[in-house]
Ligand binder design. Structure first.
Ligand SMILES: NC(=O)c1ccc[n+]([C@@H]2O[C@H](COP(=O)([O-])OP(=O)(O)OC[C@H]3O[C@@H](n4cnc5c(N)ncnc54)[C@H](OP(=O)(O)O)[C@@H]3O)[C@@H](O)[C@H]2O)c1
Length: 279
């Protein structure tokens, strides 16, 4: 399908395409011949990625998007329709996490913004593209979820809330759309080697070290996105053995909680938890 730029070529919108999984997915899908709309806040990064895609003959539309702004979400959908005339796949990938204990999360910047970007903005965007997909009898929403949509982790309260919430949303939507031809897909990655959550101001207290063997590359998630599109898969946990963590937390939450508690320390090696902070 490469270099096929006719109006029948499928169009994929990817949010959070300025780095990490979204950037790699955009390049991977463009290389396979899909027309890609890449959206995020950092316009300069989007332009660089677009340039890279164009050099290899791909068709790309970079659009600035802040998922906390409803007007920008509407613009993204409208401009995609105006330029490409169709939306075949929406990859809801944008997300952010501030790894802080709950009492350190500010009411607006941390709590409201994370929920707005990871959950509400994602729902609003999905809401805008679904009717046309249903009318055409085909289309796909792919959500880059997380193991954190199944397993609660200290310092992930707001992130967990957004990912658990998005799993509920997708689960309900999948049933609403039964028989319409629109596919709802979710990818649940473990830790991925990206810029995600690496802000030193907010993540220094946790030393959750993922063994190199279990750390996914952005490319492996991008390949999974392509696989979901080609095979219309609905769910994928990667790496596969992470199903064990989900199963263990569902059946032995106390044991999982005890194991997780071993991973949360302060920067000087002293265990750091709500209980100790009260002393
Ligand atoms: N890395 C992991 O360990 C991991 C594990 C499981 C799931 N995930 C999920 O994977 C997805 C992608 O993360 P990543 O690992 O690729 O991290 P990343 O490199 O930090 O990418 C996050 C993307 O989200 C965009 N974004 C953040 N806030 C936004 C906003 N307000 N409006 C629009 N876009 C916004 C960022 O772009 P701008 O800053 O330019 O806006 C960036 O392109 C996230 O949903 C994350 O929850 C990641």
């Amino acid at each position: 399908m490469k270099n096929n730029t006719n109006p029948g070529t499928p169009v994929v919108i990817i949010t959070g395409a300025s780095s990490g999984i979204g950037e790699t997915a955009a390049i991977t899908l463009a290389n396979k011949g899909y027309r890609v709309v890449i959206a995020a806040r950092r316009k300069d990064r989007l332009e660089e990625i677009a340039e890279q895609i164009r050099k290899t003959g791909g068709e790309v539309l970079p659009l600035q998007l802040d998922l906390s702004q409803v007007g920008q979400i509407r613009d993204l959908v409208e401009r995609t329709r105006n330029v490409f005339g169709r939306i075949d796949v929406l990859v809801n990938n944008a997300g952010s996490a501030h790894h802080l204990w709950l009492d350190e999360q500010s009411l607006e910047e941390d709590i409201q913004t994370q929920l707005q970007v990871n959950l509400i903005g994602m729902i609003q965007l999905t809401r805008l593209v679904i009717p046309e997909m249903v009318a055409s009898g085909s289309g796909q929403i792919i959500h880059i979820s997380s193991i954190a949509s199944w397993v609660g982790v200290p310092t992930y309260t707001i992130y967990n809330a957004s990912k658990f919430g998005s799993r509920g949303f997708m689960s309900s939507l999948r049933r609403e759309l039964r028989g319409t031809g629109v596919t709802i897909s979710e990818i649940f990655p473990g830790a991925v080697d990206t810029e995600f959550g690496q802000d030193p101001d907010v993540s220094w207290k946790t030393t959750t070290v993922t063994p190199k063997l279990a750390l996914l590359s952005p490319q492996s998630v991008a390949d999974q996105i392509l696989e979901m599109i080609l095979r219309k898969k609905t769910r994928s946990v990667i790496p596969g053995f992470m199903w064990l963590a989900i199963w263990a937390d569902a059946h032995f939450p106390g044991v999982v909680g005890w194991i997780l508690s071993k991973y949360f320390y302060s920067s000087n090696g002293v265990r750091y938890s709500w209980r100790q902070r009260k002393e």
